[in-house]
Design a protein around this ligand. Sequence first.
Ligand code: DAK
Length: 260
Amino acid sequence: MEYKNILFKVDEGIAIITFNRPKALNAMNSETMAELLDAATLCKKDDNIKVLILTGSGDKAFVAGADIAQMQNITVAEGLKFMELGHETLRMIETMPKPSIAAVNGFALGGGTEISLACDMRFAAENAVFGQPEILIGIIPGWGGTQRLPRLVGMGIAKELILGGGQINAQRAYEIGLVNKVFPPASLMEETKKFAKKLAFLPAFAVKMAKYSINYGYDLALDNANRLEMECCAQCFSTQDQKEGMKAFIEKRKPTYTGK
Ligand code: DAK
């Protein structure tokens, strides 16, 4: 697929998808969402890609929401189609067997916050702004905001943001656990890549099992979730990386992982 609204590059096992409609503050129209789905699917399938980073072009916005100009006159059926495309894309990113980081470099409103919520981690520039302002224009979040936000920050704060439509800065996002780390804007990408590199060198199967256990255990009853964790952990003993990791520990040297 030829990309018009995103940039996609891969370097040393780290894929970077950059939303690239700066004139509309990288607002997500259906074309951009289809491109994100395509690029993220490539990341999921390519074993050479270890980590995915999502970010926005320019210094003002990550994604300023779903494209209001495109949405303003759509029908219920068209709205449902746009929502399904978004949900399919974000669920795929959320469950892909490798970590994803949203590097939020400015406005992440509405769909922008929702995209970041589907990533495993959110790193923010000091000038980042989060919020679910959909209510202010007569709708509600349509790409998982009403579900992922309460799971991450709790029901009370999620309701404050979704029902009130307010915006919060990076510091507040950090305080409520929406954001993992905050950096000066100029060092956001460098710091995100540094962390991604660390993840990329870890044993891939263990990373996959850890993410799987967290994702699919979260909504289970504790006994079932613990059973899932046991199965995931036990599977790690089938890998060469587990043998290497433990051998290297005993021999007091750094491990060399092969992803096998
Ligand atoms: N959509 C389309 N264009 C946008 C946009 C957006 N979300 N946000 C900004 N732009 C465009 C502006 O229209 C403007 O275009 P021109 O006038 O220059 O042609 C350009 O980007 C620059 O924006 P501003 O001039 O407004 O820049 P400011 O610095 O003054 O303000 C801002 C920045 C981010 C505070 C402001 O642009 C703003 O409030 N933007 C809208 C934020 C927002 O409400 N986002 C939530 C959108 S709703 C669903 C699927 C998904 C969703 C819901 C349902 N279904 C399919 C049913 C999710 C919905 C949303 O995300």
